[in-house]
Every structure is written in structure tokens, then in C-alpha cells.
Ligand binder design. Structure first.
Ligand code: ARG
Length: 451
């Protein structure tokens, strides 16, 4: 068949395997079939290809779909499907490639498939947000130590901690939705880069393929992979959130503040007593794969001139590597959060550790007229002298030259020293007080429903 021989003119030599993207193209199989179908339907509707040829091509595409990816052979998925169509239909199968190029074809296929990948990740972030909010609802009053510099800093609650990740994930979802919106535009019909003399209908193929709109300038349409950069940076940002959550859970599990469910733990091959949070460590490692994908994209795309360059073929797998790491990590994190058991007794007992209520006492002195910096000094002194009422009393005497009881009642100080009371007092918007967290939970839930 003349068509086939001409197209394969350069692809039989020693560089054939080097040129081929077949190893990565299976991911675009369904997308390419959809793009071929939409294009052929449009060509027939526009009278560019006769209905008989179009019908035969569509039948051939159904056969190609049925025989599957492994039956295909060619330099890439686009050439391989075209070859198979021509084998089925005969020479007129070559009409399928009228008014297009592999350049607009591959860009369209990647966008088509990427939408699905983005939706899967978005869905996974919603499941994780749900798991966090549901677990938080159970622990609005479970006080726990909050940390800065990995040192007990101020008491907070498990709900406040979990909501901090739900809120971060809300932004992660949002970034992926934005990436989806910009991905969802059709380059098809840009042809090699310079459009086509045929009277094509780009809106029609965009519509058939579910794209929101047509990507106008035909040179930009085939050149850009910025939508992959955006998706991969969205995945990287999400992976960063996951990595922090994973580390917190790993450390809390080591402190026996939380128990990771057996389904998300593994044993040691030698130490019989061990239960290791391996899944969470792998969740944490997803950030490496995500940022590797992002960096692979950025460095591959850097400095590429207009319009199409074959470098672009190497860009795409970086995006798949990123999403293959991040979506499963998000799903596993959701499962681990949903099944974890928080050890309320251990958390409550630890909540006041390290004089974590010192800031609350300083706030109380400041609310009673002592300049905050002076109150800070008193509590720093008290921290060194025993971190209890007597120490605060002695420090007040020394720093203020005034008795503590003249500043504020003993009962109020005792209250401020109590982790639960300390948490309840911090009821500013977004704070850990149960009523503030209840309000945040309602908002977090509404945001999940809206997304
Ligand atoms: N497999 C190629 C890719 O992923 C398809 C485009 C080939 N186009 C070309 N002009 N050689 O980019």
C-alpha cells in the first residue's frame, strides 16, 4: 500500500526503536480512537470525506479497538492506528488523516487523557478531605500537643490538626481544577502548526470530544505543553501536602498517639514485635516522583522553539510518572486517615507537656494589663523554675515586683494551665476552640460538596 510505504520511509532503520513512543502510548489508545472518530465524523459532515469512506474508517476503528493495543505496530500510536485502519479499509482509509497532523493529534490525545487523570486525582483529594473532616468531627474536644520545631508548643485538638490538612487540600483540589480548565481546550485542527486549507469545523470536533473550547492560534496549539506543567505542579503541591500529613502520622504513631490500621501498616521480616507505617512512608515519597516529573517537564520544554519538536514526545511520560505516584498516594492517605485510631488518653496526657500552656498564661497576664513582652519574660522565667503555679508566682515577684494574685486570680491561672481550658479559650476565627473548629468543619464540608 503506497500510503504505508511512504509514511514508513524513515522508520525502518537502526533508530526505529529510539524514535518510537509505543512504550508510553498505550495510555493514549482510547484517546486516539476518540480523536480519530471525532475527526472523521467532522470530515464527513463537512463533505471533506465521503460518507462511505468515513463509515468504513469508523468500522475499522471499532475493529482496532476490539483487537487492542498489543496488536498494533508503528512508530507511535497515531501512525499505528492509521496503518491498521488502512489495512482494514484499503487505500481510502488514508483519508482519515486529511486536514490534520500528528502534531495536533497528539496534543489533543494528551489533553483528552489528562482530563481523566486530573479528575481521578481531584476525586481522590475529595475522598481524603472527607476522611479528614469525618475524623475531625469525632475529635473536636480531643486535646493534643501542637508542635513548632518538633517541640511541644501549645495545646490544640486532633480536629484542629486534621482540619489544617483539609484546608490545605482544598487549595490542592482547586489547583487541579484550574489545571483541568486550562487543559480542556482543543488543539485539533491546528494541523502541523499552520492550519489547513480544508473547510474544517474545529468547534465541532472540540464539542464531540467534550472540550470547552478551541485553542485558537494553531502554532501555539501544537507547541505548548504548559498544561502538563500546570498539572504536574498541581500534583507536586498536593504531594507536598501529603508528605507533611504522612510525616505527622508516622511520628504520632511512633509516639503512640495514633494507631495506624493493620491494612496500612506492615511487619518487619526480622523483628516480630514491629508494626511499621510503610504505606505512609510511601505516601511521603510520592513527592519525589511528582517533583521529578515536574522537573523532567520543565527541563525538557525549556528553550523549545516554535512549533513542533520531537522533544515533546519525551515530555509526556514525565506527567504520567507524576500522576502515577500522586493519585494512589492520595487514595492510600485517605484510607489511612479514615481507619486510624486516635489514642485520646495518651494525647490528653501529653497535651500540657513541655509547659505548652505557657503562652496561654502569658496571654492571661497580658489581658490583665501586663505588657505581653513582660508576661513572656515572666513565663520564660517560670519555665526554668518548675513550670507550675508556684514558679509563675515567684517569677512575677522577680520580674514585676508585684504579687501574682494582685494581677489575676489563682483560679484563672490554674485554668490557663489546663490544656483543655487553654484550647477552649483560643476561639478566634480558625483557632482550636471547639466552637471555632465546629464552624471550620461546616465550611470544610460545604467546600467538599461544592467541589
Ligand atoms: N509520538 C509523537 C509525540 O508524542 C507524535 C508526533 C510526531 N510528530 C512529528 N512531527 N514527528 O510527540
Amino acid at each position: 500500500d503506497g500510503d504505508v510505504i511512504r509514511r514508513d520511509r524513515f522508520s525502518g532503520g537502526p533508530a526505529r526503536a529510539f524514535l518510537s513512543s509505543m512504550d508510553h502510548d498505550e495510555r493514549l489508545f482510547a484517546a486516539d480512537l476518540a480523536v480519530d472518530r471525532a475527526h472523521v465524523v467532522m470530515l464527513a459532515e463537512q463533505g471533506i470525506v465521503d460518507e462511505e469512506s468515513a463509515g468504513a474508517i469508523l468500522d475499522a476503528l471499532a475493529d482496532v479497538e476490539a483487537t487492542g493495543y498489543d496488536a498494533l505496530d508503528g512508530e507511535d500510536i497515531h501512525a499505528a492506528i492509521e496503518t491498521a485502519v488502512i489495512e482494514h479499509v484499503g487505500e481510502s482509509g488514508g483519508r482519515m488523516h486529511t486536514a490534520r497532523s500528528r502534531n495536533d493529534e497528539v496534543a489533543t490525545c494528551i489533553r483528552y487523557r489528562l482530563r481523566e487523570e486530573l479528575l481521578d486525582t481531584i476525586e481522590a483529594t475529595l475522598v481524603l478531605r472527607e476522611a479528614l473532616v469525618e475524623a475531625a468531627r469525632e475529635h473536636v474536644e480531643t486535646v493534643m500537643p501542637g508542635y513548632t520545631h518538633r517541640q511541644a508548643a501549645q495545646p490544640t485538638t486532633v480536629a484542629h490538626f486534621l482540619c489544617s490538612y483539609a484546608q490545605a487540600l482544598e487549595r490542592d483540589t482547586d489547583r487541579l481544577v484550574t489545571a483541568y480548565d486550562r487543559t480542556n481546550r482543543s488543539p485539533l485542527g491546528a494541523a502541523a502548526f499552520a492550519g489547513t486549507p480544508f473547510d474544517i469545523d474545529r468547534e465541532r470536533t472540540a464539542d464531540l470530544l467534550g472540550f470547552d473550547s478551541v485553542l485558537g492560534n494553531s502554532m501555539d496549539a501544537v507547541s505548548t505543553r504548559d498544561f502538563l506543567v500546570e498539572a504536574a505542579s498541581g500534583w507536586s503541591a498536593l504531594a507536598l501536602t501529603l508528605s507533611g500529613l504522612a510525616t505527622d502520622l508516622i511520628e504520632f504513631a511512633a509516639d503512640e498517639y495514633v494507631e495506624i490500621h493493620d491494612d496500612y501498616a506492615s511487619t518487619s521480616s526480622i523483628m516480630p514485635q514491629k508494626k511499621n507505617p510503610d504505606t505512609l512512608e510511601l505516601v511521603r515519597a510520592a513527592a519525589g516522583n511528582a517533583s521529578a516529573g515536574l522537573n523532567g517537564l520543565l527541563t525538557t520544554l525549556k528553550g523549545l522553539p516554535r512549533a513542533y519538536n520531537r522533544d515533546l514526545q519525551e515530555a509526556t511520560p514525565h506527567a504520567w510518572a507524576a500522576v502515577d505516584a500522586v493519585t494512589p498516594a492520595t487514595e492510600v492517605a485517605a484510607g489511612a486517615v479514615a481507619t486510624a485510631t486516635w489514642n485520646e488518653d495518651a494525647l490528653t496526657a501529653a497535651a500540657g507537656d513541655g509547659f505548652a500552656t505557657a503562652t496561654g498564661v502569658a496571654d492571661l497576664l497580658a489581658a490583665n494589663g501586663v505588657p505581653f513582652r513582660t508576661a513572656h519574660e515572666i513565663l520564660a522565667e517560670a519555665a526554668e523554675q518548675g513550670a507550675d503555679y508556684a514558679a509563675i508566682e515567684a517569677a512575677t515577684d522577680a520580674v514585676l515586683d508585684q504579687s501574682l494574685s494582685a494581677v489575676v486570680e489563682r483560679e484563672a491561672i490554674e485554668d490557663a494551665l489546663d490544656p483543655a481550658a487553654s484550647v477552649t479559650s483560643r476561639d478566634s476565627v480558625g483557632g482550636p476552640a471547639p466552637e471555632a473548629v465546629e464552624a471550620a468543619l461546616d465550611e470544610a464540608w460545604a467546600a467538599i460538596e461544592a467541589d
